[in-house]
Design a protein around this ligand. Sequence first.
Ligand code: FAD
Length: 556
Amino acid sequence: MADRFRILTVGGVAGGASCAARARRLSESAEIIMFDRGPYVSFANCGLPYYVGDVIKNEENLLIATPELFRKRFNIDVHLNSEVVHIDRANRTITVKDLESGDIRGEPYDALLLSPGARPIRPDLPGIDLPGIFSLRTIPDSRQIRNWIDHYHAKTALVVGGGYIGMEMTDNLLKRGLDVTIVEKQSQVMPIVDPEMIADVHTALIEAGVALEFNNSVVRFDQREGHTISVTLESGRRIETDMVILCIGVRPEIGLAVEAGLNIGDYGGIHVDPHMRTSDPFIWAVGDAVEVHDVITGTEAVIPLAGPANRQGRIAADSILGRQRAFRGVQGTSVVGILDYVLAFTGPTEKLLKRLGQWEGLEKIYLYPGHTAGYYLGASPISIKLIFDTRDGRVVGAQALGKRGVEKRIDVISMAIQKKATVFDLEEAELCYAPQFGSAKDPVNLAGMIASNVMRGDITLAHWEDIKDTEAVILDVRTPEEYRRDHVDGALNIPLDDIRDRMNDLPKGREIWTYCFVGQRSYYATRALLQYGFNVKNISGGFKTFTLHESSKCLV
Ligand SMILES: Cc1cc2nc3c(=O)[nH]c(=O)nc-3n(C[C@H](O)[C@H](O)[C@H](O)COP(=O)(O)OP(=O)(O)OC[C@H]3O[C@@H](n4cnc5c(N)ncnc54)[C@H](O)[C@@H]3O)c2cc1C
């Protein structure tokens, strides 16, 4: 038996289990053993918030595969409660500590896969270790949170951090009937997306009774009577709460790799080549612990998501067993559910590209199509922002928010980005259509059509953020009723249907910027006026985008 090729994995969840199972499919002869310091392997981390929210009622439903299944179906050994505490690279041996008995033993390897995941950040603040302050990473974490809610009949919770897990926890704590406060250092939840794309979510959170403490952070926790915690914020405000959930991000779990002298990248993840091999030729690493290449920005990135971890696990297994498949890199395609909303995005945002100095030559468009045909009952709008390169039409990124059909559109655009497609490809994409699922011109096609119009010079865009610096005439082509309800200061109102009769009201020598509600009527007006010799730009995304920009500023 000692002659068998030995593949060991550190970690037996997303990346570790994917690698082990794939390795078995490629080699019946290898000996494959997974070590995990936790009490489970292959569990659904992504389902944990929903277990807290009682959407998933049984803990067993979080177990995707058990050690028995790995043994019987895949002939893979699983050692639980077994922490790998040292890697001896020279002798190709790991040291494993049995966390129940305290026993320590050595295990030789031919190939070692590191998939130790990431560790929730717990800032070194006074009172951070008080009971009632939780992070969420494991099944026992979620069990403790559930027990705390039940035992103390918790009525209030404070969520620190408004990222993915903060949002999912907020949603699920609301489902349990708790009042939730979110404390977020930045001026928006989901700081990973552009501010105007999340403004509607802020409104929905406030309507759901969530208190938003933006541009603020926690400075200390104090125990109050009973189980209650007093949370002091940087602003000086104190909030009494029944519990605190820390959702301020994760750090790659790199202790073992550092101790073993493996190369670590600039962003704090284990450095790997495209085959997921570390700086040691006998050690591979995947998942939340590694740094990968962002294919759009060209920078390195740590992307703690299950999809990349699973795909990298397969690639590492291939590489371990002699197939040289390479990981394509990432573009950060994600989705999160927040109340009734679905937020999905792929590729970099405008703010990231600007921060990296990569905005030059890029353009953005906004559109608000229905998720189904307008005439079909229940059509619900999707807010879409598409970023593309005006030099070649290449699609760079997209963000979308809506209640239905959102992730489908982003998945299509994500694939387009991976295949280096252009806005002309989106314009021509052949997609499924029946009225209850979409429109004959799908939102993806519409995004492509609008951007293609820009590429072909049929239209020039203006943007709301530039309005304060322009001398242009601002032309509102909505109906007088819409205009009366609300409009941009100083805008002239000529409804689209009157535009040809009232051209004399418009100055020929001055630039004109048109807008309507979402940008469609103003596009028609722009095309007409251009042909009559006016110098016209269409303000992308219309008044809807203006209001989103304005309401995102209100919270700053
Ligand atoms: C609450 C929550 C919700 C999430 N929701 C989503 C989602 O909706 N979509 C999405 O794409 N991603 C989501 N993620 C992220 C996703 O779960 C991770 O990206 C993915 O699990 C990473 O896989 P991994 O193998 O790198 O690490 P993990 O799956 O975390 O596995 C690492 C394992 O290694 C073990 N380990 C660590 N060190 C050692 C050691 N020295 N010895 C032995 N064992 C060790 C750990 O105990 C752990 O079990 C979520 C994560 C959490 C926590």
